[in-house]
Design a protein. Structure first.
Length: 343
């Protein structure tokens, strides 16, 4: 290689580096603008509660026995709102739909590894702060692992569980290798503020189609604010949960048989995100108080496809668990105590 060739290569590398830097800078400013616009267009609609220095956002509707809703990975409480499940449940329950740590408007301190158990412990404290003495807990997808952890930790508070499209047993997953980069320190920080949101936006239609398959994407989901999910902070939370999915399921699987509260396990037979046979069916066989409800021809989003069946599962748990002690009338409490004492 001649001196002129080396000079040409050096100049080419320098030009490439400058162009790459300009591209990253342009991406950074574009992502920042889209993030700010998303938050302006979708301000927090609920309330905030601070627990252990972590500020959590939640939606609250209705009155009656408490029903807690825990969303899956990549979305936030708005998912339950636009599906209609939140308002439908609020006709008979006091519904509290949390933004889990790092999603929506809830904080996710980097000093903590937010496993299902850590999230469950935080949410129990939040519920106590909100005056909730007992609740039915419904978890969708990743949120079902948090719901399970809540039931294992506090069986005297959790009256029962509704587990929808959950991941309960380790399996080989391509997304663990392809979607975890934004959670990697330093490199991930650069990516999630620049190119990762743009790549995720390009992939969004295909991912959404797969989530709802084999049914078409529900028209209600068109109202979901995409750029709220693509904000750098939420991308980091989603990537971290993708990375933790397999080990979290493995750790919880060792404790499934310890669950003392009733559970209804819902799953679509055509779920392309989480295999129903490997997960929901196996879990139902492991739980002494578990009942499986499969939905033929439904994918990963039963709360859109059949919200009536999801609510039927909630009602089933409510009936099985009985009326919460703190909302019983004096007469009902006396009858319950007499029944428990064998009178």
């Amino acid at each position: 290689m001649t001196k002129n060739d080396r000079t040409t290569n050096t100049a080419g590398l320098r030009t490439g580096a400058i162009l790459a830097g300009l591209g990253l800078a342009a991406s950074f400013f574009y992502v920042r603008a889209k993030t700010r616009q998303a938050e302006r267009d979708n301000p927090p609609e609920g309330k905030f509660v601070e627990v252990d220095g972590v500020r959590l956002h939640y939606l609250e509707r209705g009155s009656g026995p408490t029903l807690v809703l825990l969303h899956g990975n990549g979305v936030y409480s708005r998912d339950f709102q636009i599906s209609g499940l939140l308002e439908q449940a609020a006709e008979h329950y006091r519904v509290i739909a949390f933004d889990r740590p790092g999603f929506g408007y809830s904080e996710r301190p980097r000093s903590t590894v937010w496993t299902p158990d850590r999230q469950a412990a935080l949410l129990h404290k939040a519920l106590a702060r909100l005056g909730v003495e007992s609740a039915i807990v419904l978890g969708h997808s990743w949120g079902s692992m948090v719901a399970l952890a809540m039931g294992l930790q506090q069986p005297d508070v959790v009256r029962g569980l509704v587990l929808v499209s959950g991941y309960y047993y380790p399996s080989v997953r391509l997304d663990v290798a392809t979607l975890t980069q934004p959670a990697v320190p330093l490199v991930g920080d650069v990516l999630r503020y620049t190119v990762s949101p743009l790549i995720s936006r390009a992939l969004w239609p295909g991912m959404t189609k797969r989530v709802f398959a084999p049914k078409p994407v529900d028209r209600r989901f068109d109202a979901f604010p995409i750029w709220m999910a693509l904000r750098p902070g939420q991308l980091r939370a989603a990537a971290a949960e993708t990375a933790m999915m397999i080990p979290s399921a493995a750790l919880l699987a060792k404790r499934h048989a310890e669950l003392k509260v009733p559970a209804v396990i819902l799953a679509g037979t055509q779920d392309r995100i989480v295999d129903a046979g490997h997960n929901s069916q196996r879990l139902s066989e492991r739980l002494a108080l578990g009942q499986l409800e499969l939905m033929p021809g439904v994918g990963h989003m039963p709360h859109y496809a059949h919200p009536d069946k999801v609510m039927a599962a909630v009602e089933q748990i409510a009936t099985q668990a009985g009326e919460p002690v703190h909302v019983r009338t004096a007469e009902a409490e006396a009858l319950a105590m007499a029944s428990e004492s064998g009178v």
